[in-house]
Design a binder for this molecule. Structure first.
Ligand SMILES: Nc1ncnc2c1ncn2[C@@H]1O[C@H](COP(=O)(O)OP(=O)(O)OP(=O)(O)O)[C@@H](O)[C@H]1O
Length: 279
């Protein structure tokens, strides 16, 4: 279990804002921070990484203290085992894609792992290119691949898939979800894309003006379905009434109907994920 307690006075175009949050992250789970622009999400990520100092607080990752204002503990950014994907990618410009990944490897014997992840991210064919030649979506995938090869104890993803097309997004979402579970990785996902949050995360904190205003599991309600883990289906029918929408999913040839809140955007033929703990 990891705990994040942060207190910091931020200043923006609308004046001062007090960031005051207290939340937990679970191992092997994807926890999301969701909220509008300026709510303080990226500032939280920067404080976790040690790039911004809180005024007060406590950061404990997998029972290791990274920051504790009461006991004057502040781990330097380079000593925090965190993999970051920031909105501005921060790739090394003088290195090729492959070199960016190799540089991040903690153990140089894991080179085959670089080739595997380049393949998953559909970057193998351009692995010799430098970042300046890449599109936004390609840079984003390199940043994500680089964060994963670091084998961090904490993965922080700030809008990690925003520049990708729907098909690639869906493929990488599935990979990320499986990767987090298999490697028991603690993941913090930051996004204002509700669909992404709903399909990827196990638990969601909604943040507004520096405070947590809501928390809970993704709002997908369904009955049991063979107690299967993480199900992925295709939306084959949508029926709406004034309270909810009924969504018919085709999961490996088996059809099931679930009720979903009206405010969740769903389209025909899209890939839909059911989280393990709602089944
Ligand atoms: N180093 C800093 N010191 C003080 N205030 C800051 C600092 N960096 C950012 N801020 C302010 O903190 C507020 C929250 O910004 P932040 O980037 O954390 O929000 P956000 O929720 O991530 O928004 P977005 O989704 O647009 O990235 C903004 O008003 C910003 O101007």
């Amino acid at each position: 279990m990891s705990q994040i307690k942060l207190h910091k006075k931020l200043s923006g175009p609308k004046g001062e804002m007090l960031l005051d949050v207290d939340f937990t992250l679970s191992k092997g789970k994807i926890t999301a921070l969701y909220g509008p622009s300026g709510a303080g999400k990226t500032s939280i990520a920067k404080m976790i990484g040690g790039f911004m100092k809180p005024d007060q607080g406590l950061i404990t990752i997998d029972n290791t203290i990274w920051y504790d204002s009461q006991h004057n503990i502040f781990k330097k950014p380079q000593d925090r085992t965190v993999g970051f994907v920031f909105q501005d990618y921060a790739l090394f410009p003088n290195m090729s894609i492959r070199q960016n990944l190799i540089y991040a490897l903690p153990n140089k014997t894991s080179l085959p792992w670089v080739s595997k992840i380049l393949d998953v991210m559909e970057l193998s064919k351009i692995e010799g290119e430098r970042p300046e030649k890449l599109s936004g979506g390609q840079k984003q995938r390199v940043a994500l691949a680089r964060a994963l090869v670091q084998q961090p104890s904490l993965l922080v993803l700030d809008e990690p898939l925003s520049s990708l097309d729907a098909q690639l997004k869906s493929k990488i979402q599935t990979y990320l979800k499986n990767y987090s579970e298999e490697r028991k990785l603690t993941t913090l996902l930051i996004s204002h894309d509700r669909d992404e949050i709903e399909s990827l995360s196990d638990y969601i904190y909604t943040i507004k003006e520096g405070k947590i205003v809501h928390q809970g599991k993704p709002e997908i309600n369904t009955n049991t379905l063979n107690n299967k883990l993480q199900l992925q289906g295709k939306v084959v029918r949508i029926e709406k009434n004034e309270n909810h929408q009924k969504v018919v999913l085709d999961i490996a040839g088996q059809t099931i109907t679930i009720e979903v809140n009206l405010d969740i955007q769903i389209s025909l033929n899209e890939t839909f994920y059911l989280n393990r703990d709602v089944c």
